[in-house]
Unconditional design. Structure first.
Length: 135
């Protein structure tokens, strides 16, 4: 087992894992996320996770789950429509750079954009209803 540093013991220690439910609030929405936390086997205090990017991704996915989406949804939805990023952005009257940031997991879409993604995820025809000129 790889040891982790405990700031309370000021030493490399073995640890135990516990799955805990944490409540978060993002954009005035509360949601729960199950997280795996590490605890020092000497003092019992929580040890800071070395995988902060993954922790943050889990929190964002917990928020996006309220919309029936995940960080991976944005790219999948556009690809399911067989559209380039530029065509997708143009059809929705969005900035192409926003689409790129969403698909690269660099930014969480605005609530307006999340609602559009939710509708697209539920019904691909929604895009074409918005853009009757595309066939």
């Amino acid at each position: 087992m790889v040891k982790q540093y405990c700031y309370f013991c000021k030493d490399l220690v073995t640890w135990t894992e516990k799955i805990v439910k944490e409540n978060y609030n993002f954009r005035n929405k509360n949601f729960d996320v199950e997280e795996t936390k590490l605890y020092c086997s000497k003092c019992g205090n929580e040890i800071c996770s070395q995988d902060l990017d993954n922790d943050l991704e889990n929190i964002y996915n917990g928020y996006l789950n309220l919309y029936g989406l995940s960080l991976d949804s944005f790219l999948k939805i556009r690809k399911s429509l067989n559209l380039s990023q530029e065509m997708f952005a143009t059809g929705l009257r969005w900035n192409k750079n926003s689409v790129i940031r969403y698909e690269n997991k660099e930014e969480i879409p605005s609530i307006e954009h999340l609602n559009t993604y939710k509708k697209l995820n539920e019904n691909k025809g929604y895009f074409y209803r918005l853009n009757k000129f595309i066939r």
